[in-house]
Design a protein around this ligand. Structure first.
Ligand code: C2E
Ligand code: CA
Ligand code: CA
Length: 520
């Protein structure tokens, strides 16, 4: 029983291991998927922010563009003639601080200051010489030091005449580029190599700090771009991960539990035994029974062996009780019966040759053993005498006496196995009327060593003899034990002293090589 607990424990541990591995994999996989989703969501949010900001700036510049083009007709006209029109335009364009008209490379008329004679290419070479259409600059006149954006709309191809609109860009910047935490920490407008950051009135290069990454998007309509700085999406996604943990944990536990339930069947011993029978992992062994008077082999006891590729050899003392508990003993007995039937042609064909099979008490319910014998054993027209060994370990009182008498009627003998090891053994002698008592190997081992058990052995022997029941002594390992049992008239001896259990197919060779004569 201790061993069977161990095997059950092994099955449970294996199932638990698989369930835990699956749960862990599900947990890791779910968290990974959530991490990737969150990361791409953050990346998408930054892209959307930049796209929206560009759209807003484009919408800001578009009417200015139109207004400038409409004003180009004034270029070249005297300043006193056009200034009032400039002021009028200015009033309609709220974002523009002033308009300057350029002709022949001279800033000659300003909406604010009126007449002037400043060199265009000397003041803003980026516009006049480098052909830029926009620049970020610092206001030197009205609000000294505040950032401005110059929008240059040339009138001619050589860039010497046109309209300059000066935009109060700091205000617009703070309006259009407000960062959205946590993924956009800083937003920057870039125009011609210069940058203006949200919340910073200085025009200076904006660089990311050590733990920031940048994302840049350009306008397709105007020469500016937007740069965003923020924490790496991976870092943000990682910070979000703990909040995903409960759900992921729940999912992994659920799947682990499903696996635990699903493997219950596949990994149960009954499944393994059923599989083992079809995969031919079981083998039928036999151990010779020796006639103590003649020394001849008078029969065999069939013993099952299980070689499981995963667990190696499993002792019948271990799997038989488990199989009994899981209602898998009947298929095993049917396997033993069909194997012995298959080997019948190689076995001695005389009625005095005994073939003993081990049967569990549960197989007496509803005539199961009788049905199996009728289906497998009798159709083979066997000559040898069949003995059914019923172990005292089993619930013998529950054995159906009618089935026992039916067995007797169809010519099958009944043996009580392990006699003397269970409780109230004596009562079965009356109720089951066995043909054979098998003295358990514990009592055989006691011969010459253990006075109390040896006395029990003597009592069992004389009891059987008085009731006229045949005796088989199991576990005979020494010549001394054999002599002792023979002297007291025990009919049949079985044990390593004569032969160890061997594959059923090897028995004919053993029988002939030991030159054992069969009793008639
Ligand atoms: P069992 O019916 O009492 O079988 C005798 C056991 O004693 C066998 O162990 C056998 O190998 C072992 N044995 C034989 N000679 C000696 C010996 O000289 N010294 C010692 N120490 N042991 C000896 P095995 O084959 O391991 O079987 C253990 C038990 O498993 C059997 O005890 C039987 O109760 C059960 N069993 C085996 N095959 C079957 C089967 O096909 N059906 C059922 N229901 N039970 C089976
Ligand atoms: Ca037995
Ligand atoms: Ca036994």
């Amino acid at each position: 029983m201790h061993m069977s607990h161990e095997v059950f424990g092994q099955f449970r541990r294996k199932r638990l291991f698989i369930a835990v591995v699956v749960a862990a994999l599900v947990l890791i996989f779910t968290l990974f998927i959530r991490f990737m989703e969150e990361k791409s969501r953050i990346e998408q949010q930054s892209k959307t922010f930049a796209g929206n900001a560009i759209q807003r700036f484009d919408r800001l510049f578009s009417p200015l563009d139109i207004a400038a083009n409409n004003t180009l007709g004034l270029v070249g006209l005297p300043c006193e003639q056009i200034r009032s029109q400039l002021i009028e335009k200015l009033a309609s364009l709220q974002t523009v601080r002033s308009i300057i008209v350029v002709d022949r490379d001279t800033l000659y008329c300003s909406s604010i200051f009126g007449d002037s004679h400043t060199s265009f290419s000397a003041t803003w070479p980026e516009l006049a010489v480098n052909n830029q259409r926009m620049i970020l600059s610092t206001d030197d006149h009205l609000l000294k030091g505040s950032p401005i954006l110059l929008l240059w709309t040339p009138n001619d191809t050589d860039n010497r005449a046109g309209i300059i609109q000066i935009i109060n860009i700091e205000m617009m910047n703070n309006y259009l580029l407000e960062p959205t935490l946590p993924w956009v920490e800083r937003a920057i407008l870039n125009v011609g190599g210069k940058s203006l950051e949200y919340g910073n009135p200085m025009i200076e290069a904006a660089l990311p700090s050590a733990d920031e990454v940048s994302y840049k998007a350009e306008s397709l309509r105007y020469p500016f771009s937007i740069t965003l700085f923020g924490p790496a999406p991976e870092r943000l996604a990682l910070e979000k991960l703990p909040s995903q943990l409960p759900l992921a944990l729940l999912l992994s536990l659920l799947l682990g539990y499903i696996v635990w339930l699903a493997t219950a069947n596949r990994m149960s011993l009954s499944w393994q035994i059923g599989y083992g029978i079809t995969a031919r992992e079981f083998m039928v062994y036999c151990q010779p029974l020796i006639n103590s008077r003649t020394g001849n082999c008078s029969g065999i006891e069939l013993l099952l062996r299980w070689h499981n590729p995963r667990h190696g050899w499993i002792s019948p003392d271990l799997f038989i009780p488990l199989a009994e508990r899981q209602n898998m003993i009947a298929p095993l007995t049917r396997f033993v019966l069909s194997e012995v039937v298959r080997h019948l042609p190689d076995l001695p064909t005389c009625t005095s040759f005994h073939i003993a099979i081990n049967v569990a008490a549960s197989q007496f319910h509803q005539r199961q053993i009788i049905n199996d014998l009728q289906n497998i054993w009798w159709p083979a027209s066997p000559v040898p005498q069949l003995i059914v060994e019923l172990t005292e370990r089993d619930a013998l009182p529950e054995v159906d006496r009618q089935v026992v008498s039916q067995l007797h009627q169809i010519g099958v003998k009944l043996a009580i196995d392990d006699f003397g090891t269970g409780h109230s053994s004596l009562s079965y002698l009356k109720t089951l009327s066995p043909d054979v008592l098998k003295i358990d190997k514990v009592f055989t081992a006691a011969i010459g060593t253990d006075a109390i058990n040896a006395t029990v052995t003597d009592m069992v022997i004389s009891l059987a003899q008085r009731l006229n029941i045949s005796l088989v002594a199991e576990g005979v390992e020494t010549a001394e034990q054999a002599a002792y049992l023979k002297e007291r008239g025990v009919d049949v001896l079985q044990g390593y002293y004569y032969a160890r259990p061997m594959p059923l197919g090897d028995f004919p060779v053993w029988l002939s090589s030991h030159k054992v004569r069969l009793s008639a």
